[in-house]
Design a protein around this ligand. Structure first.
Ligand SMILES: CC(C)(COP(=O)(O)OP(=O)(O)OC[C@H]1O[C@@H](n2cnc3c(N)ncnc32)[C@H](O)[C@@H]1OP(=O)(O)O)[C@@H](O)C(=O)NCCC(=O)NCCS
Length: 159
């Protein structure tokens, strides 16, 4: 169980994390987010940027933003050499807890149709496909699959 491992921490992203995050973005996406995007989101109170550290080293991250009772998972990645050991699931669950803590009742995300790893991760975490956005992505042009999941409120999990 990942949660039982010592040294694994999920915390808020800091400006000083950006070099590692940007490096991971470039290794994870054909159109990586740029530094200005992360800086802008870090300034916004309506967003949550989370970093996973293992033994003090950044191993992954997730980005959410909020509007009313909805959250959007805008970005999630695990360093290529750290994949397939449960970190993606662990970060996703932490991000969903954070969304729930911030009052969101529903989380949305978009994923490339060909991104089988991510789609499996989301399906296993209870996300359902609710639509397609044709030719949403470029490089390569590809449909987005829109997925959603309802969240428990913190009160639900207290009871
Ligand atoms: C999508 C992504 C975040 C998943 O991260 P991850 O850390 O590999 O995810 P997990 O390890 O939790 O799960 C992946 C697989 O490893 C398996 N796994 C988990 N722990 C394991 C372990 N200890 N030993 C072996 N396999 C394990 C899971 O069962 C899962 O298998 P499956 O794909 O056959 O269902 C990662 O692939 C990534 O960063 N991709 C590039 C960025 C990206 O596409 N992000 C999504 C944008 S929408």
């Amino acid at each position: 169980m990942l949660d039982a491992r010592s040294g694994l921490v999920l915390r808020s992203m800091r400006l000083s994390d950006l070099p590692s995050v940007l490096h991971s973005e470039r290794r994870s996406f054909s159109i990586p987010w740029q530094e200005a995007t992360f800086r802008g989101l870090l300034r916004r109170r309506s967003s949550a940027l989370l970093v996973a550290e293992d033994g003090g080293e950044l191993v992954g991250y997730a980005v959410l933003w909020f509007a009313a009772e909805e959250a959007e998972l805008g970005d999630i990645a695990v360093l290529p050499e750290e994949r397939n050991r449960g970190l993606g699931r662990w970060i996703l669950e932490g991000a969903l807890r954070e969304a729930s803590r911030r009052g969101a009742r529903q989380v949305y995300l978009e994923v490339r149709a060909s991104n089988a790893d991510a789609r499996r991760l989301y399906e296993k975490a209870g996300f359902a496909t609710v639509g397609t956005r044709p030719s949403y992505y470029s490089e390569p042009v590809e449909d987005a699959i829109l997925m959603t999941r309802q969240l428990d409120t913190p009160e639900d999990s207290d009871s």
